[in-house]
Write a protein that binds this ligand. Structure first.
Ligand code: ADP
Ligand code: MG
Length: 351
């Protein structure tokens, strides 16, 4: 048996999440011509027949790591688990069609709890027009685990990868950033208050948007259709699950380009700005590193700028440069600082 206490072994934290994936999968080769894209993007791409491409993506949510049932109602958890996966389909500029849902359940959950979870899954599936076509159910000795696989499709000319950005392309983000992370901070704070005084009545009025973004995120189903309508084909695309900086870096590294991101262009909701002031946090840091926004980040050719310019769904936050120029944030004070990924890392060592 594998001895996981052997200190000569390498801790997973020393590689990090992306390092581990790369380490484990770098020797896999592709042997089918129908496999258009394997590991390394928001979803894999499979071409079953000429003119159609399917995208496949899977994500797992683990109790105590990705969610806390202390403040996450099961119905919302079901909904969010679907959104997390659909977001990766939309990040390929594709349309989601089917999902499978697998759960590992500990015996502390009654049938009613699973009904709650599935009512959220069903609501999400019906609103986003995806069919639930299968899954797996098994037991767990500790918490609840949900793994969803999403399948989508698009024509080959529409599918958008992380590696297509070119020098001078504009970097665009949908919606606004940072709210989901702050929502989590608000919920964590309330949980601590509740522990001390279970009779306290939480006053969450100033944080409604933040909490909604954390508990009930919406994947950007609308963006592919909007871009098609505007006749804009993005050159690269990724969804923002780990924080803006981490995703910008993914696009840059995969596309072999650099970038300048302008701090004053990063879209923030007024509630994010107000709450950052209250919590004494820097709103730019929250947007760059917060995560769970499930907005889309993409690049477009400069000549497409007039088509998206006045659109309230899109913010141009920067532009791509030569790879040798590096990845930078241009601050409000007009200083240039290296863009670094401090995105939330599920495999970070605890101490
Ligand atoms: P995302 O944040 O978009 O869900 P991930 O960072 O989870 O993407 O994954 C990056 C890439 O690595 C994807 O192509 C994913 O399918 C692949 N991947 C992740 N974990 C594994 C694994 N354990 N084995 C094989 N491929 C994996
Ligand atoms: Mg993704």
């Amino acid at each position: 048996m594998f001895d996981n206490k052997d200190s000569s072994k390498t801790p997973i934290a020393s590689l990090g999440e992306f390092g581990l994936i790369d380490h484990l999968t770098k020797h896999f080769t592709i042997s089918h011509s129908t496999t258009v894209k394997g590991i390394g993007d928001d979803a894999a791409v499979i071409a079953p027949k000429e003119g159609v491409e399917m995208v496949v993506t899977t994500d797992m949510l683990v109790e105590g790591v990705h969610f806390d049932l202390g403040y996450m109602p099961l119905k919302h958890l079901g909904y969010k688990a679907v959104m997390v996966n659909l977001s990766d389909v939309y990040a390929m500029n594709a349309t989601a069609k089917q999902i499978t849902v697998s759960v590992a359940i500990s015996n502390r959950f009654p049938v009613e709890a699973m009904e709650e979870l599935y009512s959220g899954i069903q609501t999400a599936a019906s609103l986003y027009k995806v069919d639930v076509v299968g899954g797996d159910t098994t037991s767990s000795t500790s918490g609840l685990i949900i793994s969803i696989t999403a399948i989508g499709e698009a024509t080959p000319d529409k599918i958008t990868y992380r590696d297509g950005a070119k020098e001078n392309d504009l970097l665009v983000v949908t919606g606004d950033l940072g709210a989901a992370y702050l929502g989590l901070q608000v919920l964590e704070r309330e949980k601590q208050v509740y522990k001390v005084n279970p009779n306290s009545q939480p006053d969450l009025e100033n944080y409604t948007y933040l909490i909604e973004r954390q508990l009930k995120p919406e994947a950007r189903k609308d963006v592919a259709a909007m871009l098609a309508e505007l006749e804009v084909q993005p050159t690269s695309m990724i969804d923002i699950s780990d924080g803006l900086s981490s995703e910008v870096i993914h696009i840059c590294k995969n596309s072999k380009v650099g970038c300048n991101v302008y701090e004053d262009k990063i879209p923030l909701d007024p509630q994010v700005i107000a709450t950052c002031e209250e919590f004494n946090m820097d709103s730019t840091t929250i947007a760059l590193s917060g995560g769970e926004d499930y907005e889309l980040l993409f690049t477009i050719r400069t000549e497409d700028f007039p088509k998206i310019k006045a659109n309230p769904n899109f913010s141009v936050i920067g532009h791509m440069t030569k790879e040798s120029e590096g990845m930078h944030l241009i601050t409000r004070a007009n200083t240039k600082i290296p863009l670094i990924s401090r995105g939330w890392n599920a495999l970070e060592e605890e101490d």
